[in-house]
Design a protein around this ligand. Structure first.
Ligand code: KIV
Ligand code: ZN
Length: 537
């Protein structure tokens, strides 16, 4: 049996049929060029009869994209086939893909009119005739003609074999048997191919093709089962986009065939897998369909490890938790993502990569503070780690005032209100105060002033983001004035109001330490004076 598997990409046709995924002609061209770099064998570029834009997209792709066969879709109707042939004219290697429905449900719904016959048997005969005429006409435009029996997955297999026989005799070179509704399960879909092939006994040159939809999440599994039944072409889309729940995802099909090559007779596949990630991003950008983080192969998390045990494992040996190499699909290798489930190994190995060697004595403290930050922030980035290591522990014994609790309420129809609870280390006092303000920060600062028993003049307030992500750490810097002196406070937190409160308290603490310092200097000085009998004045 031929060991080459043809990857037929239909991102620009079935993929674009996904509700809301439409692309401009320029976007389609860009993607078609990228698919050529990826080395797909066939690009289904569109359905030319369906609109002037579709016609033009197919025409330009046929004219400009070299490498893959460029294919155009056409119903089994003369006008469709002529439009497809016309659009493909500028192409060097082209294919017309013509289709007609064959399941009883579709026949009933689409061929209800008496002109197609009165009974199901008569309508089936009409479909055989239309199949033959369509394939013959398509062959007048190109030698490469694909025929699809729409809803093959729910078609009576005896009738399906008859249709396939007619299509082959009329000149079809590829026979596609789609699971149009995503209804089949893998062994059933494979059995359909085996049975059709058994009944038709096609010449070896005929390529059977699988085209699966993902309504039950089985599109990839069905496509792979079809390969085991002798299919040598898989129709698929980048990121699995397509009608309803989508089509089989190209990246998943290709990597399954490569990673589990032995299960499929070591087939030859042309795809340059290193471009999978880039292509996925391009399609996501053009369609506006984000790729879920947990998406196989091209998802952001597909090669990331967060749990401590997994991080420890992959750091020792990547194949403990990775069945393929991230770089083989264009992803970053060894993605240790730091978060609340990470262990010491993950954290310290990242710190070492950043060139930060921690003394043994600090490791436990850093790990504890890392976990505390990870509770507040979903993902810890390198910049977070640098800050974590540079900062001294928050519970500095020398800190006079500490924020114990903070509540802020604000809204469109109410004045911002803040409640703070502060602890004074030296005296062991706990103070709670509440205040309203012009804004939430102003309310917090007023409540703090009340709690510490002094009003401070706020000279400047600055907020900036110091790390990445929607839950980035914000750094607040404030300058306050008191009795003509200025004091600066800085604090960081993922919650900017907490950062604001702590920065203000930091400045107040600087002020308090400064005053305590001055008092002790004057105390010492007055002591010196007294011992000299108060001589100087
Ligand atoms: O799903 C389907 O049946 C199709 C055909 C046009 C091949 O997309
Ligand atoms: Zn389809």
């Amino acid at each position: 049996m031929n060991d080459r598997i043809i990857i037929f990409d239909t991102t620009l046709r079935d993929g674009e049929q996904a509700p809301g995924a439409s692309m401009t002609i320029d976007e389609k061209l860009r993607i078609a060029h990228q698919l050529a770099r990826l080395h797909v064998d066939v690009i289904e570029a569109g359905f030319p009869i369906s609109s002037p834009a579709q016609f033009e997209a197919v025409q330009r792709i046929a004219a400009e994209v070299e490498g893959p066969v460029i294919c155009a879709l056409a119903r089994a109707r003369e006008e469709d086939i002529r439009a497809a042939g016309e659009a493909l004219k500028p192409g060097k290697r082209t294919r017309i893909h013509t289709f007609i429905a064959t399941s009883d449900i579709h026949i009933d719904a689409k061929f209800g009119e008496a002109r197609y016959g009165r009974t199901l048997a008569e309508k089936r005969q009409t479909i055989l005739r239309l199949t033959e005429e369509a394939v013959r006409l398509a062959r007048t435009f190109t030698d490469d003609v694909e025929f699809s029996a729409e809803d093959a997955g729910r078609t009576d297999v005896g009738y399906l074999a008859e249709v396939v026989q007619v299509a082959i005799e009329a000149g079809a070179t590829t026979i596609n048997l789609p699971d149009t509704t995503g209804y089949c399960v893998p062994d059933e879909y494979a059995a359909m191919f085996r049975e059709v092939i058994r009944r038709v006994q096609p010449p070896a040159s005929i390529v059977f093709s699988a085209h699966c939809h993902d309504d039950l999440g089985l599109a990839v599994a069905n496509s792979l089962a079809a390969v085991q039944a002798g299919v040598r072409q898989i129709e698929c889309t980048i990121n699995g986009i397509g009608e309803r729940a989508g089509n089989a995802a190209l990246e998943e099909v290709v990597m399954a065939l490569k990673v589990r090559s032995g299960r499929f007779g070591q087939p030859q596949i042309n795809i340059v897998t290193q471009y999978l990630m880039e292509t996925s991003r391009m399609v996501s950008l053009a369609t506006g369909f984000p790729v879920p983080p947990n998406k196989a192969i091209v998802g952001r998390n597909a090669f990331s490890h967060e749990a401590g045990i997994h991080q420890h494992g992959v750091l020792r040996r990547r194949d403990t938790y990775e069945i393929m190499r991230a770089e083989d699909v264009g992803q970053q290798p060894e993605q240790i993502r730091l978060g609340r489930h990470s262990g010491r190994h993950g954290l310290f190995s990242r710190l070492a990569k950043l060139g930060i060697e921690l003394p043994e004595a600090r490791k436990e403290e850093i790990y504890r503070r890392f976990l505390a930050l990870a509770d507040l922030k979903k993902e810890i980035f390198d910049e977070d780690l640098r800050r974590l290591v540079e900062d001294q522990p928050a519970e500095d014994e020398a800190t006079p005032w500490r924020l114990i609790a903070l509540h802020v309420a604000t809204g469109t129809h109410r004045a911002p209100e803040a409640e703070v609870q502060l602890y004074h280390q030296a005296t062991g006092t706990l103070r709670s105060e509440r205040a309203t303000g012009d804004g939430p920060v102003n309310a917090v600062y007023k409540a703090i002033d009340q709690a510490v028993g002094a009003a401070h003049e706020l000279i400047s307030y600055e907020l900036r983001s110091v790390t990445e992500g929607a839950d980035a750490v914000g750094e607040v810097t404030v300058v306050i004035a008191f009795s003509g002196s200025r004091f600066k406070g800085v604090a960081q937190h993922t919650d900017v109001l907490r950062a604001s409160a702590n920065a203000y308290l930091d400045a107040i603490n600087q002020l308090e330490l400064f005053r305590a310092d001055r008092e002790s200097v004057s105390f010492v000085r007055s002591g010196i004076m007294q011992s000299f009998g108060g001589a100087a004045a």
